[in-house]
Design a protein around this ligand. Structure first.
Ligand code: SAH
Length: 539
């Protein structure tokens, strides 16, 4: 009887399809608005802090529910009109309706809130986030149901060591000069619309239906001409798009990569087959693309956010046209086999003075302008004098390793994907950085193994960590502590797992010194953070 009354109470507050008016008090980890109905939390996609909105409830759970935004009754002072006409349907951008300064403040606060709440630190707001009401992050933690916020804190260390709770003031977020047209890599799914017309675009959030769009506002502007040229070729030569449901048709995705600093472009068609009929015609058409003319025709004005950054770089030209075979019934975009239709199977780009070779399969940072600033910050935090031994863990194709190798005695990189390790070795050779060594394998296995093998003699002056979202394994962190580095530079794409790992390191004698967020992905909810930890006082 009692439990059914409780259940009824939740139901009475909020039932599916109910319509409510509410104030959005905060934003959740993925940028969704958070409001309350008589204490019951509702998450509202596309709503932002400061909005008063009308919503329809779409799903209810015991402690929180989800609602769809129907109408903005009174907009937040930070609300702006998205520049992209399909911003709301498309799954790519979550924050286009938030002014860029408000996105930056929200990202900084998110990092600070995680470090304080999960890490037990006392991180103060930088000038940027101090401009907004100080209690925004408190409101966010209040508004997020306990069940959700506890997820990460429960996994933080329960060692019995007390957290050091040291106080650090955040440094201002590394913001993008222009938060549009920044991505150097695009993957456009190809399909048919309901009238059978050939279309390319992006998947709607959490679905596989294609939202038609060849002019994405966060992609490099050369993509529009490339995608339209490929679609015209397919139309003229009766080349079919792939159909997921029937596993038939040929062209699955159009993948493009641009070397922002070199101007080199790669176009790769992912096909459900072994060859592309009439492929010389595609090559010919693509090589006739006039990128200079096409870009100047696109409205280039401060209002549409077109960046001057790409205009200042080397002239754009296609250096590689490839096919990638993927005949599997899978959501994974790329298969493993690549054949070249024109030029090379890779393009080159530079970050600072380091050159990188990029194949369609390589992982490479998608925003090189911000990556350069992030790595410069890593270099500044590491403050290398020339004689140091550095371990770069989760090194990918050696991007950070090579950057640091310019200033260190030796850099050892560890990465789990063997292909990326191959790329890292090639990139080291390309840049004549012979003071590098790369190990393939899981960092939590390779590093303890190497440490044991050395009989405990393996030391590091600096360790850099750049793990995926799930953060570092404790076995790895334990070995890092034994290697006794004076400094640890941690680059993170998830502030919650960052906070958990920093706390673990602090419980073992490290102190948090510097914290800086970096906006690598404007318009999205993602935020990168770079942190310096050190043992004892820095001289
Ligand atoms: N530092 C690189 C890559 C960072 S992305 C850069 O800046 O470009 C994180 C990397 O960690 C990916 O390359 C991923 O393949 C790798 N990785 C994931 N789990 C790992 C593990 N357990 N051990 C080592 N590397 C891992």
């Amino acid at each position: 009887m009692k439990s059914s009354r409780n259940h009824d109470q939740t139901d009475i507050v909020c039932r599916k399809n109910d319509i409510f008016e509410l104030d959005i008090q905060a934003m959740g980890t993925e940028g969704e608005g958070i409001g309350k109905i008589q204490g019951y939390t509702l998450f509202v996609k596309d709503a932002m802090t400061g909005d008063r909105v009308r919503v329809r409830v779409i799903k209810t759970k015991k402690h929180f529910g989800y609602a769809r935004l129907l109408e903005i009754l009174s907009p937040s002072p930070d609300r702006v009109k998205p520049l992209c006409p399909v911003a709301r349907q498309c799954g790519g951008c979550q924050l286009q309706h938030c002014s860029y300064p408000s996105q930056l403040r929200w990202k900084e606060n998110k990092v600070r809130d995680c470090l304080n709440r999960i890490g037990g630190f006392h991180v103060l707001a930088s000038g940027v986030s101090a401009q907004i009401s100080e209690n925004v992050s408190e409101k966010a933690s209040e508004a997020v149901p306990d069940a959700m916020s506890k997820k990460v804190s429960e996994t933080s260390s329960e060692t019995g060591f007390s957290s050091l709770h040291n106080t650090v003031k955040m440094e201002p977020i590394l913001s993008m000069e222009t938060p549009y047209y920044y991505r150097n890599k695009a993957q456009f799914p190809v399909g048919k619309d309901k009238n059978g017309r050939l279309v390319a675009g992006f998947y709607a959030g959490r679905t596989h239906s294609i939202i038609e769009n060849t002019d994405c506002m966060i992609q490099h502007p050369c993509n529009r001409l490339i995608v339209e040229t490929v679609l015209a070729f397919m139309q003229e030569n009766h080349i079919t798009p792939y159909d997921e449901k029937t596993h038939s048709g040929l062209v699955r995705h159009i993948l493009t990569r641009v070397g922002i600093f070199t101007g080199e472009i790669m176009v790769c068609l992912v096909i459900n087959g072994h060859d592309l009929p009439e492929s010389p015609k595609l090559v010919d058409k693509l090589l006739h693309c006039d990128f200079g003319a096409s870009l100047s025709q696109q409205a280039v004005s401060p209002e549409n956010g077109q960046s001057a950054a790409w205009q200042e770089q080397a002239p754009l030209r296609i250096e590689s046209i490839c096919l990638n075979e993927n005949t599997e019934k899978t959501n994974v975009i790329l298969g493993s086999k690549i054949s070249v239709l024109y030029g090379r199977n890779r393009i080159e780009d530079r970050i600072g003075s380091i050159k990188y070779q990029i194949s369609p399969l390589s992982f490479y940072q998608v925003n090189p302008l911000q990556t350069r600033r992030l790595y410069e910050t890593a270099l500044e935090f590491a403050d290398l004098k020339g004689g140091e031994i550095v371990w770069d863990l989760y090194c990918g194709i050696g991007t950070i390793s090579l950057f640091l190798a310019q200033k260190a005695a030796k850099v050892c990189g560890v990465e789990i994907v063997p292909q990326a390790v191959e790329d890292a070795r090639k990139n080291a050779a390309l840049n004549q950085l012979e003071n590098t060594e790369f190990f393939a394998g899981a960092a939590e296995q390779v590093v303890p193994e190497q440490y044991e093998k050395s009989g405990g003699a393996m030391k590091a002056d600096v360790v850099t960590l750049d793990p995926p979202r799930k953060g570092c394994d404790e076995k790895l962190l334990d070995t890092v502590v034994k290697m006794n580095p004076e400094k640890i530079v941690y680059v993170s794409c998830d502030p919650a797992t960052l906070a958990r790992d920093l706390r673990y390191l602090c419980d073992r004698g490290y102190e948090l010194r510097r914290v800086r967020a970096c906006d690598m992905f404007g318009m999205s909810w993602h935020v990168e953070t770079i942190v310096l930890m050190s043992r004892g006082k820095l001289s």
